[in-house]
Design a protein around this ligand. Structure first.
Ligand code: FCB
Length: 446
């Protein structure tokens, strides 16, 4: 029985998912195509040619999935809203059936005692907006703000807090710099206008959400950056990587400034994308909470290839997940205390909006996942003991799902999904998490 995680009263326990990874029903009830429908249909783009056309069929099976959440005793559920379900071409015409789906989901969550925590953009851009330039087009930021207002006007009476974007770093780098995610562009650093336009979208939407009395968060993928050695070269490379991965997506929001990207060869105005007043639009609305998605630290060495200012190198002598990601629970504590050092009073309360691991399907009884979660919750409790204000923890993920370019090969769920039959089978980690939540609640009920 896990009873050692010393987290505060009122700490919120949750799970996280995303629309394209679980919903399926991509052509149903008027949903428009997204960049992920297009990208996953491209031969060779996704492992085994998998697409999210059916995924976990959550669009039809959401009552069963809510029952699984109820069984865990969750406080909150982080899910994402599919922009192309609500606005099939990204703008102008609202699809009532799309909005109605999220309306039902929210009502059923509330009936189960679970607070909905929606993310407005988890990478499934309407294809029509991609055809007009996607996030490289400044206009997409304004379309996002309109979409945010449409959804907030419908659900804001029941949904108190909202996440604007999920991991703009990963979306920019994989989607626009390297081309391994949708929309599959490989522009290297010239992709960075897409980062600025997402941050602008966040700021514009945050203002509209605040006008409606709603709380706003942004979920960033953050990583402690470890130089591979004490050498000046490795140190400089690590600082360049930290600016790209962490600070580019956090400084503008919390401080109203962009980090120095000159080591990457990126001009101060990010190739003309930053216009006068933009940093105010991003910063002034403020952030009610920072969503932290943590998976692993990143170890950086000086470049061997002159094309890049850094090299990513493996972290030896630690376990690795089925995905090959190094398991370093203390990295979470380092990350959180590092955020406090960097941002001080400008750092809002933190919620861990993703953390989890993929485990080989054959592994029983799911011990690596339990060890992963236990280790990270220990590190989290340690960070709290060191003075970091952390309000909640949403593990990735409730159910096995579509892991982007890895297709269905990476299993991150507390619940196993048989993708042939859609049968859900809770794993040992499900019971472990349920018991942990119950123990935490009991401690404060006495
Ligand atoms: C994060 C994504 C999430 C999921 C996990 C494993 O980067 O936000 O959708 O794929 O990784």
């Amino acid at each position: 029985m896990p009873d050692r995680f010393d987290l505060p009263a009122g700490f919120r326990w949750g799970v996280a998912t995303a629309a394209y990874q679980i919903e399926g029903a991509v052509e149903e009830d008027g949903r428009g195509p997204s960049v992920w429908d297009t990208f996953s249909a491209r031969p060779g783009a996704v492992r085994d040619g998998h697409t999210g056309a059916v995924a976990c069929d959550h669009y039809h099976r959401y009552p069963e999935d809510i029952a699984l959440m109820e069984g865990l005793g969750l406080d909150g559920y982080r899910f994402s809203i599919a922009w192309p379900r609500v606005l099939p071409t990204g703008t102008a015409t609202v699809n009532p059936a799309g909005l109605a789906f999220y309306d039902r989901l929210v009502d059923d969550l509330l009936a189960a005692g679970i607070t909905p925590l929606p993310t407005l953009f988890h990478w499934d851009l309407p294809q029509a907006l991609e055809d007009a330039g996607g996030w490289l087009n400044r206009d997409t930021a304004y379309r996002f703000a309109e979409y945010a207002a449409v959804v907030a006007d419908r659900l804001g009476d029941r949904v108190p807090a909202w996440i604007t974007l999920n991991e703009p770093f990963v979306h920019t780098v994989f989607g626009y710099a390297l081309g391994t995610h949708a929309p599959g562009r490989a522009l290297m650093f010239e992709s960075l206008p897409a980062a600025h336009h997402q941050l602008l979208a966040h700021g514009l939407a945050a203002s509209l959400l605040h006008e409606r009395g709603l709380e706003v968060m942004l979920s960033n993928n953050l990583t402690p950056v470890w130089p591979a050695s004490d050498s000046a070269e490795d140190g400089a490379a690590a600082r360049a990587y930290d600016a790209l991965h962490n600070r580019l997506f956090t400084d503008p929001v919390l401080l109203g400034t962009y980090p120095d990207l000159s080591a990457l060869g990126v001009p101060d105005d990010i190739y003309g994308a930053i216009r006068p007043g933009d940093t105010d639009l991003i910063h002034t609305p403020g952030l009610d909470g920072l969503g932290v998605n943590y998976y692993n630290p990143t170890r950086i060495a000086a470049p061997t290839d002159p094309g890049l200012p850094f090299d990513l190198v493996d972290i030896p002598d630690v376990p690795h997940t089925a995905f090959g990601w190094p398991v370093v629970p203390d990295g979470l504590r380092q990350l959180l205390t590092g955020l406090k050092e960097s941002y001080g009073a400008a750092l809002p309360p933190i919620t861990i909006t993703e953390n989890g691991c993929s485990v080989e399907e054959s592994t029983t009884p799911d011990q690596p996942r339990i060890d992963f979660l236990a280790g990270h919750l220990d590190a989290l409790a340690q960070a709290v003991a060191e003075g970091i204000d952390v309000r909640g923890y949403y593990t990735w993920s409730l159910i096995d799902n579509y892991e982007w370019s890895e297709g269905f090969s990476q299993r991150f769920g507390l619940v196993h999904v048989d993708f042939e039959t859609q049968k859900r089978t809770p794993r040992a980690s499900y019971a472990w998490y349920r018991d942990l939540i119950a123990v935490h609640r009991r401690r404060f009920a006495e």
